[in-house]
Design a protein around this ligand. Sequence first.
Ligand code: EPZ
Length: 421
Amino acid sequence: MDKLIITGGARLDGEIRISGAKNAALPILAATLLADGPVTVGNLPHLHDITTMIELFGRMGIEPVIDEKLAVEIDPRTIKTLVAPYELVKTMRASILVLGPMVARFGEAEVALPGGCAIGSRPVDLHIRGLEAMGAKIEVEGGYIKAKAPEGGLRGAHFFFDTVSVTGTENIMMAAALAKGRSVLQNAAREPEVVDLANFINAMGGKVQGAGTDTITIDGVERLDSANYRVMPDRIETGTYLVAAAVTGGRVKVKDTDPTILEAVLEKLKEAGADLTTGEDWIELDMHGKRPKAVNLRTAPYPAFPTDMQAQFISLNAIAEGTGAVIETIFENRFMHVYEMHRMGAQIQVEGNTAIVTGVPTLKGAPVMATDLRASASLVLSALVAEGDTLIDRIYHIDRGYECIEEKLQMLGAKIRRVPG
Ligand code: EPZ
């Protein structure tokens, strides 16, 4: 397995381009299955999860055409099998997103039940109950979700999400796009990636209204047409590189992004003492060489502070002035990076879903292990500011969510290299 070696101490300074959002690209690729013709999706990030989704399509008999800029053309009419196999689904939970579109477009689907993952049990009961509300017959057996639309296809339904679920909202929205009649989703997720998916469905001729609010109304249509769509920028990658500059007391300008989709994160960076300026598609952060101040935060569904930025802010607090409390309310086991940071000298105490972080002036480089996508990014951030070398193992977690992380950090002056394992 590849490893990353990082020598800490460099103050980052420079400009980088932000890639397309992984968590918008995955549902949008799944939604191409709804179309009655070829669809092209651009600005896809070069990530392992994206190639896994494309591989999944290949297994189902759809041969995506990829151009030199990694725009992908998909024609769902060539699909041959309606099964999403376990060996692929187990590597990427987001494969569950093909369930709704397949039942809506082809009348049936067999999708392996995604297991839990490092950060939590990750149930999919809301995905299943939402489709059942639309008339689907669903059995879960042998580790597979077997779904069948009723005679005449799915019917529009009112569905209340008793927990806010991003992919749950996305799956049911996609199914509703081709259902008969109107669907109303209540307590829906408000994440920008949900809005991007709604915009894509509407670009294909769908009728989705209210995305970005907690009530989404979808009027089913007979068919969805070809479209050409460009995925939104990645707000979590944006936040991660801003924190990289913050922990090193440096300066970074992130381009091809959108400052309006991560306001909770920008507020916390200002509280930490960062000097922030923004434009329509860029954000510049400058610490002027200062050490950040510790911040308190609590993760919650959008527009509140995103759980996917929690680990990165633990890295910031670990070397900040003062003590900060970080409360994780979304996932039950999302502090595993803390135990790796202890090996670098971080002073962090975990009490239930709260991590109390007391900043230290310096961390010490050490061999550490990535455990999940955002945890591994936080270890990179801590390594950037630690004394000496840090060796990060199992970085396939990082490659799932961060395009060319070592190249982008090298462009900012970091001493980082990949060691093939
Ligand atoms: C999405 O996961 C993201 N993944 C996650 O990003 C992100 O952390 C998460 O939303 C929260 O923002 C993608 O968009 C591909 P959930 P998702 O369903 O949709 C409970 C990353 O780092 N729940 O919103 O799978 C669940 O237990 C990844 O890029 C149910 O109870 O998360 C959790 O407590 C990690 N039943 C809460 O909802 C369900 O059927 C939120 O989970 C579904 C979810």
